[in-house]
Structure formats: C-alpha cells, structure tokens
Design a protein around this ligand. Structure first.
Ligand code: G1P
Length: 272
C-alpha cells in the first residue's frame, strides 16, 4: 500500500543543543547546506509522500514555513504540499502527533523525527513500507546498554524473517535494568489512523508527557504493531557531538564538496 502523507514533529525546544537553540528552532539548525527538517521532508518524499505536515511551536511556525517557501519552492519539493500545524502547548511527542490528526484524516502516514537523519543510502522508510499492510510499523535498532535510557524500547514477540518482528509492548526510556529487550525505537514510524484514538485516551506517561511509545505499546498489546529492524544506525543531530558526526558523514558524500572535504579531513588527520 502506498503512503502519501508524512508528519514531522519539530516542536522540540532543543535543550541538548543550547546555546545554539536559544533563538533558532532545533529543526532549523543547518547540517552541511540545509536545515535538519529539510532532510526529513526530502526523505519522506523519496519514500512516496506527496504531502508533509510539519508540527511546530507557535512562535517558530512561521520561520519553519518560510524556509520552505521564502524564495519559491525548493528544488525537488515543487510538487509537495507542505503544511505547518501548530502545537500550542508542548505535552510530549504523543501530543505532537495528535495535533496532526485533522490534517492526516483517515490515512496511514509516515512519522519522522527530524533529529535523526539516515546516512547516505541508508533510507529505512521503503523497507518499513514493504512490511506495512494494515498495522503500524516502527523502526528499530539493537542498542547497547547505555542507550536504553535514551530511547523507547519494545517487547518483541514472534519474528517474521530476519528484520520484521511482532511488537508486543513498549517502554519509554526504561534504562538497562528495566529494558524488556535491546530493540530501540529510532525515530521512524508508519502509523495507521488508530494511533490518534489511542493517543487521545492516553494518560500522561514518563515525565508527565503524552508518550508516543505508550501508544505503540497499546497497539502492540492489541496485536496491531510490527517492528522493522534497520540495517544501519541513523545519524543524530539532536546533540552537539551527533551534529558534528552527521556533518562529517553528510559532508563527505556531498556531490559538490565531498571530494574537497575528504582531502581537507585527510590533511587534518595527518597533522594530528
Ligand atoms: C523520542 C522518543 C523515543 C525514541 C527517540 C528516538 O525521544 O520519545 O521513544 O526512542 O525519540 O530518537 P527524544 O529523543 O525526543 O527524547
């Protein structure tokens, strides 16, 4: 089944990226030559999306919107409908997703967290879309113990081949001691519209916020969610070191500057 709509929750305050994000929204921090959020929009379009809904803070919505329209549509995004939806008060990722309910309506949709960018050639949405039939699919990676307090972690059930696993439940940032597995949610999801009904009725979870992971858990417990294990990690631009790493990886493969940058890095490393 083809999926034509994507949402990109981009209303986070970017506390891990201070002071860069005191004024500039996290989603507009540049990575090589474009802001983080543009990577997510382009990635969803590569996977077939023709409509992208950006979930933004009240204050910065216009700024993010202007990025996509200021001087006319961006190359490659000419035929894509990009709509901002404002999350008035931040109540967590689950609440952000719920904000897009009306715009998404009764369609399955991609959900992409703009902090995470696939490395060149590492798109995961096509593999997830292949696993998608009529139940939600979440993207997973095996995590080392120290990461289990930074990611949502699933309870795995039956495996269908090497990459696809039944999700029986999920816990938000459980930490190594309480993690039900080492399979973490890495910021790429395909949801059926039933996620909205679940989110609407969820009590606040970890940190008093409406947690997307809790909605995934509810779908898993009802036998309505699959996990897709990605072949490689996504880059994480949500913290300073991750941003440096992502800039290097994406810079090295940049069609215009990749070769020159590679030579520069090689010289730099030699001098170390
Ligand atoms: C969010 C989700 C978490 C997920 C992570 C992926 O956490 O709540 O379940 O594993 O994104 O990056 P955040 O990074 O916003 O704290």
């Amino acid at each position: 089944m083809s999926i034509e709509v994507a949402i990109v929750p981009a209303a986070g305050r970017g506390t891990r990226m201070r002071p860069a994000t005191r004024v500039v929204p996290k989603a507009l921090i540049p990575v090589v030559d474009r802001p983080a959020i543009q990577y997510a929009v382009e990635e969803s379009v590569r996977a077939g999306a023709r409509e992208v809904i950006l979930i933004v803070d009240p204050g910065v919505g216009t700024l993010t919107e202007r990025h996509f329209w200021e001087e006319g549509p961006l190359p490659g995004l000419r035929d894509v409908r990009i709509t901002p939806v404002v999350q008035e008060i931040p109540h967590g990722l689950g609440d952000a997703v719920l904000t897009a309910r009306q715009a998404v309506a009764d369609r399955p949709f991609f959900c992409l967290l703009a902090d995470n960018i696939p490395p060149p050639g590492g798109d995961v949405l096509p593999g997830m879309a292949e696993a998608f039939e009529n139940m939600s699919v979440v993207c997973l990676r095996r995590l080392t113990p120290d990461f289990l307090e930074r990611y949502g972690v699933i309870v795995p059930g039956t495996w269908f081949g090497e990459n696809v696993v039944e999700v029986r439940g999920a816990v938000e940032k459980p930490g190594a001691a309480d993690a039900p597995s080492d399979l973490g949610l890495i910021g790429r999801y395909i949801f059926t519209p039933e996620v909205f009904t679940i989110l609407e009725n969820l009590p606040p979870g970890l940190g008093g916020e409406i947690q997307l992971t809790d909605a995934i858990s509810a779908m898993g417990e009802a036998g309505r969610c699959l996990g897709y294990v990605a072949g490689q990690d996504l880059l994480d631009v949500g913290n300073p070191l991750g941003l440096l790493e992502a800039s290097t990886v994406l810079g090295l493969s940049h069609p215009e500057w990749g070769t020159v940058y590679q030579a520069y890095l090689a010289r730099l490393v030699e001098e170390l």
